[in-house]
Design a protein around this ligand. Sequence first.
Ligand code: MG
Length: 318
Amino acid sequence: MKTKIGPRKTRKEHGKRAAEPWGASDDRAGGAIDRFRADLELPCSFRVFRGFRSTWLGAACAVLASSGAASAMAQAVPSNVPGAKPQDTEQWTPVPPVVTPGATSTAPPSDAIVLFDGKDLHEWVNTRDKAPAGWSVANGVMTVEKKAGNIETRRSFKNYQLHLEWRVPVNVTGSGQARGNSGVFLASTGPADAGYELQILDSYKNETYVNGQAGSLYKQYPPLANAARPPGQWQSYDVIWTAPTFAADGAVKTKARVTAFHNGVLIQDDAVLAGETLYIGKPTYKAYDRAPIKLQAHGDPSPPLSFRNIWVRELPGK
Ligand code: MG
């Protein structure tokens, strides 16, 4: 994509630069840069020059411009295919579907399935008996009822993008794995904790084994960073889940993959799982096609977590 560079600014217009964020000292460089830009048609990336704070760089640009080197810099990269045109590499179909984003970047977009909007748990059942989910809902949030056990979605999913928000209570107690423990199982493949767990835990100044802290793919991958907020604050996970695939005889064709963000920070970068996440033992795969998403009611005695704003977008997979 090219950007036409406008004509050189007048002295009066340059005067306005003093009020711009990079300050009056760069005004001197600005004049040189504008002269440099005036005769050129450059890629958008060239706009980075506008942000340069150093007058030395501005001076360097002026030297380049006067020496004619600038014209050489502005040449398009030569094609590696003789006679090729830009149009040769333009793709016009299929047109991506229109998805209207939410009012904020955390609100569900138009094609999302809303799993919890603060009102009720009709999208959820108890993992144990598939009865209506026994967690509590009040003031727009759901809160774990440990006696009810894990809950999971009524619907089953394959590949998807998931957003959920969780909060460790401000009065949380305990330490290590016994402090604000829950989890989101990206595929619930059976009762109890069967499946693939992205760990939820109070990991704000709370030491534990790193492949069991918040944002870990439990006992397989520590998070790339600890992005935990303190207890009492809402936190978010945004997850891309690529389900494993299996041959007719149950053999693994492709392994599960996870990319995840914790409070907007990348914590899992296309991590390839060795199998289901196990508390004890070696991970192994168990064939399935579609599976619910499960939230964990952990047995530790610390006060229970809460959740809000949970939605999912099904993806075609790769
Ligand atoms: Mg857990």
